[in-house]
Write a protein that binds this ligand. Structure first.
Ligand code: CA
Length: 550
């Protein structure tokens, strides 16, 4: 019976036809924009209200926080670039996703081993794309469109890998002369949004800045933005590592002794960032690069005389290094914040803000002179934590904060659940959706951390640890560690700067034992390979280290 005859026949029989089932309604799934910077400390985002907030505000990132949720206990599983990115993409700890460090052997994302959330979102009908820093060696998969920096990439005249079916590994290199990386990555993101904004499928775009990674070169327009600012010093700028173990004492990341000429931009050879194709007589690009170089040389060039004057006064020299470090680092942050503002304005102007989740995070935080350091790696708060701010109109209440223990392995399951995709059972992370909805879920009580990149740059020893929001136990182990293993223990309530290692204090023996047991429990839960486990439960050293007041 044809479809035309059927209703007529039904009418004749006095039967009302059953209404035709409407086609299954496409759920109104939100778009997702993942804004990710490199080495951006939460202390360099004014929404986090740190000692730097007044001197270096980030009004655009703060706009996201004011309209959304700021996570105050957001942590990483392994505080270094490539591994942190793999944790985000896979929802797994490093030992499971295979990206243990930044090295050539263990720094490569293996798609035979890991399925990433962009791949699963793509299967779920999302338009997926990534622009900017990648740092996982393998050609990106699971993206309809992409352009990624080779390795760390360059701030000025950056090269990008873009898809090329005929190229080696499906990619080719393109150079963007006369461009600064931060602005260019946002150009790519907005150009892409222009292409996908009217499609029926939702989009998921990862916009991943290189900034503010070392060696902190802001655009010529912003390089001297903070030239007149005096930044407040962190309380621990002159930390002497008393009570801390071997690793904190022998690292190679102090402003005092390890900050290089390239970091300070001393000497002319470290100031010519736009030197490629430097042919002002030939073309407009050459003139632009020449002007950029003049600006860089004029700003950085003044530093040598100050350095020469201070170089025999170690304390004054460290203070000065901290100031120029902050000038350069925070000018890069200002560049990121300006571009985030551009994106927010674009979403508003195009009616995309309502149905688009925006998350801002960084692969890890960073030492901004804290403990006298730059860089990251350690499980101490300044590099273990990472910023996480999420705006989602009509779901996340504006101007809220959250203090649950969340970790970068939670990002993949969160975005999968939001997209209506099945969360694979082998993920280590948990979806943050109930937290975003403020449903007060029963939540994890502790976090597992593991850093593997030794031997490596900055000489930070391998370590793992557990943190329950108050007490932190860290186990340093392996090569370069006296006797192969030792522990540190901190009470962050009485000692938020982690200056008093309490390991070995008989007064804290029960608490230390609790943390030791919890560390073992987490290692079992996450199937951490047994060879990484201590041979015996933690034993206090024979002689307890001195405990000094905070
Ligand atoms: Ca990083």
């Amino acid at each position: 019976m044809s479809s035309i005859i059927l209703p007529f026949a039904c009418l004749l029989l006095g039967i009302l036809p059953a209404p035709t089932d409407p086609p299954p309604e496409e759920p109104n799934r939100p778009n997702i924009i993942w804004l990710f910077s490199d080495d951006h400390s939460h202390n360099a985002i004014s929404a986090y209200e740190s000692h730097l907030a007044a001197a270096a505000p980030t009004p655009s990132i703060d706009r996201i926080a004011k309209a959304g949720m700021r996570f105050d206990r957001s942590y990483v599983a392994n505080s270094i670039c490539g591994p942190a990115r793999a944790c985000v993409l896979s929802g797994m700890h490093s030992h499971k996703n295979g990206v243990l460090d930044n090295g050539s052997k263990n720094g490569c994302l293996n798609y035979d081993r890991v399925t990433t959330f962009p791949q699963l979102l793509q299967n779920q009908g999302y338009q997926t794309a990534i622009f900017g820093k990648w740092h996982l060696k393998t050609t990106p998969q699971g993206f309809h469109d992409w352009a990624v920096l080779p390795g760390q990439g360059q701030y000025l005249n950056p090269q990008f890998y873009v898809p090329d079916a005929n190229g080696e590994d499906g990619k080719k290199k393109v150079t963007f002369k006369g461009r600064h990386c931060t602005d260019l990555i946002m150009d790519m993101t907005i150009d892409h949004l222009e292409k996908v904004k009217d499609k029926s499928e939702p989009f998921m775009v990862m916009c991943q800045f290189k900034a503010p990674h070392r060696n902190w070169v802001a655009s010529p327009e912003l390089v001297d933005h903070y030239s007149k600012t005096v930044f407040p010093e962190p309380e621990t700028l002159f930390d002497d590592y008393t009570t801390r173990g071997h690793a904190a004492n022998v690292q190679e990341m102090t402003l005092a002794n390890h900050f290089k000429d390239t970091d300070m931009k001393l000497r002319r050879s470290n100031q010519d960032f736009a030197h490629e194709d430097f042919q002002p007589e030939n073309n407009e690009l050459g003139k632009k690069l020449q002007q950029a170089n003049l600006k860089y040389r004029s700003f950085y060039g003044a530093r040598q005389a100050v350095y020469d004057k201070l170089k025999d006064d170690p304390k004054a020299l460290t203070r000065w290094k901290y100031q120029i470090y902050m000038q350069d680092y925070l000018a890069c942050v200002k560049g990121v914040d300006d571009q985030v503002g551009r994106l927010l304005d674009y979403l508003d102007a195009n009616g995309l803000a309502e149905n688009t989740i925006i998350a801002y995070s960084s692969d890890q935080s960073f030492y901004l002179g804290d403990h006298g350091w730059y860089d990251k790696r350690f499980m101490y708060e300044e590099s273990f934590r990472t910023p996480l701010i999420v705006r989602w109109p009509n779901v996340v209440k504006p101007n809220t904060t959250n203090a649950d223990l969340v970790q970068n392995i939670d990002i993949a399951p969160t975005l999968l659940e939001i997209a209506g995709a099945k969360i694979p059972e082998n993920l280590d992370g948990r979806s943050l959706l109930p937290i975003l909805k403020q449903e007060n879920p029963e939540w994890r009580k502790s976090l597992y951390y593991h850093y593997y990149n030794y031997p490596g740059t900055h000489a930070v020893r391998r370590h793992e640890g557990v943190f329950d929001g108050r007490y932190k136990l860290i186990r340093f182990y392996g090569r370069g560690v006296p006797h192969g293993e030792y522990y540190e223990f901190y009470d962050l309530e009485s000692d938020p700067k982690e200056l008093n290692n309490l390991y070995g204090s008989s007064q804290h023996a029960a608490l230390i034992q609790n943390s030791t047991t919890e560390l073992e429990r987490l290692k079992k839960q996450f199937n951490v390979p047994a060879k990484k486990s201590p041979k015996t439960p933690a034993k206090p050293p024979k002689k307890a280290p001195a405990v000094t007041p905070a």
